[in-house]
Design a protein around this ligand. Structure first.
Ligand code: DX5
Ligand code: ZN
Length: 216
């Protein structure tokens, strides 16, 4: 069985104790740390930015999987890359045309980090087919981005096999939104190999058990 990369979203963690919250999921078997960056424009919520990534880089060696839910992503790639993001995933919908999308991918790659592209629930997967060879990761949103703790949108998961059928062998297909032990299984059986989970892990009383249930 292929390895499933588990990336807990710190959006549901205790923000007053982020270092220990990250250490706890690492000890419990998590692979990456998912950092949700929201600007109050692309999505109706504001979360964290560059200083938080910079601080977390100092206290963990985990892969910092940074999900940019922001307008004008090209402006912020350099600061996030220099702060220590190992993966930068931006939204297709934040770009005005395909040339813009291509530019954002090129800028991310110029920092020798992984480039990811994400699509919101209403965006058809075909829109990003021409970029599948250029990115390292595709993030399929299974909720409207903006908040943790929302309900999984089953229809969105059907994008996974379409993307997989058109992707190179090593493309990481990640899913984010409403992931728990049941919805995670749906996604991995359809071809996803990375799961983001916020509330399912951080609201559970046993992080290890929650993470194990996503992997198996
Ligand atoms: C939503 C964020 C998600 C969110 C997931 O906009 O991108 O990463 O934290 O939270 P859950 O797992 O609770 O749906
Ligand atoms: Zn996210």
């Amino acid at each position: 069985m292929n390895k499933i990369i588990i990336s807990p979203s710190i959006l549901s963690a205790d923000f007053a104790n982020l270092a220990s919250e990250i250490e706890a999921v690492k000890d419990a078997g998590a692979d990456w740390i998912h950092i949700d960056v929201m600007d109050g424009h692309f999505v109706p919520n504001i979360t964290v930015g560059v200083p938080v990534v910079k601080s977390l880089k100092k206290v963990t060696d985990m892969v910092l999987d940074t999900h940019l839910m922001i307008e004008n992503p090209e402006k912020y790639i350099e600061p996030f890359a220099k702060a220590g993001s190992d993966i930068l995933t931006f939204h297709y919908e934040a770009c005005k045309d395909n040339e813009h999308v291509g530019n954002v991918i090129s800028v991310i790659k110029s920092f020798n980090i992984k480039a990811g592209i994400s699509i919101k629930p209403k965006t058809e997967p075909e829109k990003i087919f021409s970029f599948l060879n250029d990115v390292d990761l595709v993030l399929v949103m299974t909720v409207e981005p903006g908040f943790g703790g929302q309900e999984f949108m089953h229809d969105c998961a059907l994008k996974i096999p379409k993307i997989k059928a058109n992707a190179k062998e090593d493309l990481i297909i990640q899913v984010d939104g409403g992931i728990n032990n049941l919805t995670g299984k749906i996604c991995t059986s359809l071809g996803a190999n990375s799961l983001v989970a916020g509330s399912y892990i951080y609201n559970s009383s046993n992080y290890r058990r929650a993470i194990e249930s996503l992997k198996n």
